[in-house]
Ligand binder design. Structure first.
Ligand SMILES: Cc1cc2nc3c(=O)[nH]c(=O)nc-3n(C[C@H](O)[C@H](O)[C@H](O)COP(=O)(O)OP(=O)(O)OC[C@H]3O[C@@H](n4cnc5c(N)ncnc54)[C@H](O)[C@@H]3O)c2cc1C
Length: 429
């Protein structure tokens, strides 16, 4: 790792990688990540990635996204995401990403909750891994991209609201100051702050606390999505997702008496509420999800990952319903950005789950987040390449004593984010 780069990207999920790959080779990019480069939520995405199937689907796709988001979405951002989807998918195909195809060899589409028609591309039930592993593999071959693992951003370098780089720390608590005129925060969501979450535990919203400390504007920190169906388990750790496309393909939900109690395909927030209230009414810790209506062939072909994981946990989904419970899953709020992924600080960008460009409004429509991450990661790179150059940051050396106690520092960041979520929740009451 050197002391100066053209661009620093924090995070090696789909957003960070796609941003890095959008630069020409003359731009020297440093990417850092807290753990191994493939330990990001992008690798966990199961259901798929949305694509506009044709002009006659535009209005429905737009309306589905807005309705799921309680009409709090930024309409221009939604339009941009939908209109960019075909070029993003074409680019992914060119990069060798595989999606399911029908018997005629055409792209196949699945459906998830709150979508009025099938418009989701998928690769078995590991779409995120298929997309992100291709991006990572390509980033690793690029001369201009350096990936540094087990390196945690602990601060930004800034002066007079101009960003000049980051302070980061390796696993031995050695501190590095890295300078660049552009920093892109692609640090994912905040599921690691919650006991029950589908996210990796190390994804704890650090960038949000750091941004707050530098007076960068944030938005809607209390817009947190609960996924209705994760496999119930008494074990601690990450919750295993039972993808919404399982319900999209026909799985049913039952209460403790084996009766259906709600519409399985309503938006995530409404379905989670319906499940929570059923659990409360019947004093249970879960409800049951029945994948048998899908048939053995669909289960094995479309959902092999879910099938094998459930089998390891002692459930054969071909033969029996499984216990499911809602858990924290996604974060709609974040660092406020414009349509070029620019934050309120000069030279500082944010994309992916860390950012809030308003696409998702109050509640994300299923399979819109991978697409949103890629669209706005590329826009960040475009803005860096072609937008107005930031003034030079005149910040001097950081006071390293502030980072000595890593545990206390990171704990403080987590506390700050949780307190801000609580404050915003109260404000919205
Ligand atoms: C189980 C699951 C299933 C999902 N299914 C779908 C789906 O089917 N379709 C869909 O569209 N979306 C889905 N999503 C959501 C989607 O995967 C994410 O929203 C998206 O991938 C976020 O990408 P990202 O690049 O912003 O963040 P991530 O992929 O989470 O990457 C964040 C990166 O930031 C790094 N990082 C964080 N903090 C620091 C720090 N302080 N210093 C250094 N590095 C740091 C992490 O190590 C990681 O590399 C799913 C999510 C989960 C958890």
């Amino acid at each position: 790792m050197k002391e100066h780069y053209d661009v620093i990207i924090v995070g090696t999920g789909a957003a960070g990688l796609y941003c890095a790959l959008s630069f020409p080779e003359r731009i020297k990019v440093l990417m850092i990540t807290k753990k191994e480069a493939d330990q990001s939520d992008s690798f966990l995405a199961q259901g798929g990635i949305c694509m506009l199937r044709g002009e006659d689907d535009y209005e429905n796709y737009f309306e589905d996204t807005m309705r799921a988001g309680h009409y709090e979405n930024n309409k221009r951002a939604v339009d941009l995401m939908i209109r960019s989807s075909n070029s993003i998918i074409r680019d992914l195909l060119d990069r060798g990403v595989r999606f399911a195809r029908n018997s005629r060899g055409e792209l196949d589409f699945t459906r998830e909750g709150a979508h009025s028609q099938p418009r989701i591309l998928f690769y078995e039930d590991v779409t995120g891994r298929e997309i992100t592993s291709h991006l990572l593999e390509q980033a690793r071959t690029k001369e201009n991209i350096e990936i540094c693992q087990y390196m945690t951003m602990v601060d930004l370098i800034s002066e007079d609201n101009i960003c000049g780089g980051i302070v980061c720390m390796n696993e031995k608590d050695e501190i590095y100051e890295i300078r660049a005129p552009y920093v892109v925060l692609a640090c994912g969501g905040l599921g690691g702050l919650y006991k029950n979450s589908t996210n990796f535990p190390h994804i704890t919203g650090d960038a949000l606390a750091i941004a707050m400390n530098h007076q960068v504007k944030l938005e809607h920190l209390d817009y947190i999505q609960i996924h209705p169906t994760t496999l119930y388990s008494k074990k601690p750790g990450r919750r295993f997702l039972i993808s919404e496309s399982v319900r999209g393909e026909g799985a049913l939900l039952y209460d403790r008496n084996g009766q259906r109690f709600t519409d399985e395909l309503q938006p995530r927030d409404l379905l989670s509420q319906a499940i929570f209230s059923q659990m409360e009414k019947q004093d249970t810790e879960y409800v049951m999800e029945d994948m048998r209506p899908l048939g053995e062939e669909t289960i094995l072909k479309h959902f092999p990952n879910i099938f094998h994981h459930c089998l390891e946990e002692g459930y054969d989904v071909r033969k029996e319903p499984i216990p499911v419970v809602p858990a924290q899953h996604y974060f709609m709020g974040g660092i406020q950005v414009d349509l070029g992924s620019r934050t309120s600080m000069e030279g500082l960008y944010a994309c992916g789950e860390t950012s809030c460009n308003g696409v998702h409004g109050k509640n994300r429509l299923a399979s819109n987040s991978l697409l949103e991450s890629l669209v706005f990661a590329r826009r960040a790179a475009d803005d860096i390449l072609f937008g107005k150059k930031p003034d030079k940051c005149r910040a001097g050396s950081a006071d390293r004593s502030r980072y000595k106690d890593r545990e206390a520092l990171m704990k403080g960041y987590r506390k700050k984010v949780l307190e801000e979520i609580e404050r915003m929740e109260k404000e919205h009451e």
